[in-house]
Design a protein around this ligand. Sequence first.
Ligand code: C5P
Length: 221
Amino acid sequence: PASRPLAGKHVLVTAGPTREPIDPVRFLSNHSSGKQGYAIAGALAALGARVTLVSGPTALAPPPGVDRVDVETALEMEAACNAALPCDVAVCVAAVADWRVAAAGQKLKKQDGEMPSLTLIENPDILAGLAQRQTGRPQLVIGFAAETHEVLDYAVAKRARKGCDWIVANDVTGEAMGGARNQVHLVTATGVESWPELPKADVAARLALRIAENLTGSPNP
Ligand code: C5P
């Protein structure tokens, strides 16, 4: 029915930060609140999709009708995403830490005059991994780009580099990170749509409708 255009579809959403251990009591992370990703998961479920939300640590309750899988590190997030396949659509909203600490062993100790140094290694790019799968690639793979300047140029380049279908780009110099509203540009193969500044729930609802339209080939007013 028109009100549940995503019935029968499975959508994977990643959200929140990841947390990369330095030692048993410390970690590297970022300020992602998870709000935009959770709102997208909820909007997709409201359109009838089965939604798997792979989430880093957040203060949020899972939206109604969403199956949440809790993870901490980027490696755990990647494994949980692979375990959730197959899916029809993947929406990668998580702020995955780019690096993890190479050898996160025992608790670091203060030593006279000596500073510990951390060796970082690159985390897997979960979005690029999903977008470039040889088999079982989701039909529609969507990434986010949070930039502080030249948002559109970077978003267009990011879409090509990651191999995803759409990039939702936003300027994070304002209140987007942790805030309640968001102004985004949707970068697709055919061009760029700039949406007005909206509450994150409205960005989510609009994106969910665009996803439904793309999958079913019919516009959903
Ligand atoms: O390269 P950058 O981090 O700017 O790309 C952001 C997009 O890529 C987001 O959709 C984010 O969820 C995804 N990403 C990912 N795994 C990473 C880094 C980013 O899925 N390791």
